[in-house]
Design a binder for this molecule. Structure first.
Ligand SMILES: C[S@@+](CC[C@H](N)C(=O)[O-])C[C@H]1O[C@@H](n2cnc3c(N)ncnc32)[C@H](O)[C@@H]1O
Length: 398
């Protein structure tokens, strides 16, 4: 594979901002790609994938590199993939045999898997023998999964429409609205996206709305709706009949939900920002179905957001866990007696998942609830993102 100086420069500049100025990888990549509209799809793909992969393998690269020089870091990354480096002045001082010897002698799992020590300890403590394979899987690149908007098109028809443009997809077993792209590409450019025929949503994430068993005509609250991925899915499952109240403390995210609903041809979504405790109290016992897709560490979606590894800390995880319990305690009051509530995270840590549900069930706020079932979705077993989905029922009043 030939390296082009301008593309390597773009990668190195992006890495500088992400590693040294602590900026978010997706934002930096977006800015870099915008800076040169002449780059074609292959160049863009090279820059984006190389930057993400270097972010993913940051700790290992820094360990193996002879120095912290950005070109040395890039060259080390390149050599780690058994590729050869061109004879550029910037790569002087890099020796493939030194790097491979250092790699062969390495037996520290946290460095090999390119994660902080505290994360390796936490994962191993909470997931036991499943941890090693899980972190290994979470270090691989994710596939691109589409959720077909069944309000507008069937899965088979969308598949054919994409195939006509040489976009091959496969049908993953057990996910009835999902299509997986055979090859990674920027699918947002396709006209079918602009027509609202699909959304990009991982297969594990597609299980969340399905777990609510929402029916047309019901009143559903999605209490942590964000940009609305699950609200859109819920509205499609409800055939755009009834009401989906999409709430979030970040009102700007709900603007996205609104735009996406329009593109999807959905009319039943009502965005409602959470302005304080009153917003919740006003909706007491008003929902047939309640989704709590709570903020979490995001450890189940590391394949998609590799820089999460470097942004998290034991303290930030502890903080998000207290928000999760607070949401369970206060928001569960919005469910009608006899209704169903789903608690979901994109984390694989029991402390954010079943432990939270058990704490809730043992508390006064949880005494009306019973756990119907829960699913601990590990990336190593599903082949998709790591998730947790618990389905609870509130006893009907007598
Ligand atoms: C996992 S994300 C939601 C993703 C979204 N459901 C989707 O499918 O696209 C969690 C969301 O919870 C929101 N959030 C954080 N604290 C909250 C709180 N106390 N009440 C409600 N939402 C909150 C965040 O702004 C974020 O959008």
């Amino acid at each position: 594979m030939k390296l082009f100086p301008n593309l390597v420069r773009a990668v190195v500049e992006a890495i500088d901002e992400i590693f040294h100025q602590n900026r978010y990888a997706d934002k930096v990549i977006e800015k870099v790609l915008k800076s040169n509209p002449k780059w074609g799809a292959r160049d863009r793909g090279f820059i984006a994938e190389t930057v993400y992969d270097m972010v993913r393998w940051r700790r290992l690269i820094e360990y193996l590199s002879p120095s912290g020089d950005l070109y040395h870091l890039f060259g080390t990354y390149w050599l780690m993939h058994d590729r050869t480096l061109p004879d550029w002045r910037e790569f002087k001082g890099l020796h493939p045999d030194h790097i491979s010897r250092k790699y062969r002698q390495l037996d520290n799992r946290a460095i090999l898997q390119s994660i902080p020590d505290w994360l390796d300890e936490m994962g191993s403590k909470q997931l036991g023998e499943k941890w090693e394979k899980e972190i290994d899987t979470l270090n691989q690149q994710a596939e691109v999964v589409l959720r077909v908007n069944t309000l507008k098109i069937s899965r088979e028809d969308l598949r054919q429409r994409l195939a006509a443009d040489d976009i091959d997809t496969y049908l993953p077993r057990g996910y009835k609205d999902a299509l997986v792209l055979a090859k990674r590409q920027n699918i947002f450019q396709h006209p079918a996206f602009k027509e609202g025929l699909f959304e990009v949503q991982d297969a594990s994430s597609q299980k969340v709305a399905t777990a609510l068993d929402a029916e047309p005509g019901m009143r559903v609250i999605d209490a942590c709706a964000g940009a609305g991925g699950k609200s859109l899915h819920l509205a499609a499952l409800m055939e755009d009949k009834g009401r989906v109240i999409s709430m979030d403390t970040e009102a700007w995210k709900l603007q996205q939900t609104k735009l996406r609903a329009r593109r999807n041809g959905i009319s039943i979504i009502e965005p409602r920002p959470i302005e304080g405790t009153k917003t919740i109290k006003r909706l007491r016992e008003s929902a047939d179905r309640l989704l709590l897709d709570v903020p979490c560490s995001g450890l189940g979606v590391l394949r998609r957001n590799p820089d999460t590894k470097w942004k998290l800390s034991p303290e930030s995880i502890e903080k998000v866990q207290s928000i999760q319990q607070d949401i369970l305690q206060r928001y569960s009051t919005m469910l009608k007696p006899g209704g169903i509530m789903v608690y979901a995270t994109c984390s694989i840590l029991p402390s954010e998942n079943q432990d939270q549900v058990n704490t809730f069930l043992a508390s006064p706020a949880g005494k009306e609830f019973e756990l119907i079932e829960d699913e601990k979705v590990l990336a190593q077993e599903s082949g998709f993102d790591g998730f947790y989905i618990a389905k609870l029922k509130k006893r009907a009043s007598i």
